[in-house]
Design a protein around this ligand. Structure first.
Ligand code: SF4
Ligand code: SF4
Length: 105
């Protein structure tokens, strides 16, 4: 696996495994293929939004990198995932927040 290999994007975990994403929406806007759809909410008493969902439609992703380049918080990167195969489109609709949570277990 080369250092510059581009698999689908993934969320980068912080020190405690939490997403570094601040729900600014820049990656969503930067994507020319509308692959990214994020959701967030402000918990009561907090000034910052918390990420509640980060969905990627990998069926139309061109791996252009605009989303990664647009993130000023170092919150997303290309994964090293290379072994994807399925005959069902739905299998390429990823819930990246769920994936991050599962990777902690
Ligand atoms: S640009 Fe970065 S911080 Fe902003 S919503 Fe996307 S991943 Fe999160
Ligand atoms: S790599 Fe390009 S096409 Fe794929 S999700 Fe990011 S901005 Fe969209």
């Amino acid at each position: 696996m080369t250092a510059r290999y581009r698999g689908h994007i993934e969320l980068i975990p912080g020190e405690e495994g939490q997403p570094l994403c601040v729900v600014c929406g820049m990656c969503e806007k930067a994507c020319p293929s509308n692959c990214i759809s994020i959701g967030g909410e402000k918990p009561e008493g907090s000034k910052k939004k918390v990420l509640t969902s980060y969905r990627l439609d990998f069926t139309t992703c061109s791996l252009c990198g605009s989303c990664v380049d647009s993130c000023n918080f170092g919150a997303i990167r290309f994964s090293k995932e290379y072994n994807l195969a399925s005959t069902r489109k739905e299998d390429f609709h990823f819930d990246l927040l769920k994936r991050l949570e599962e990777s902690k277990q």
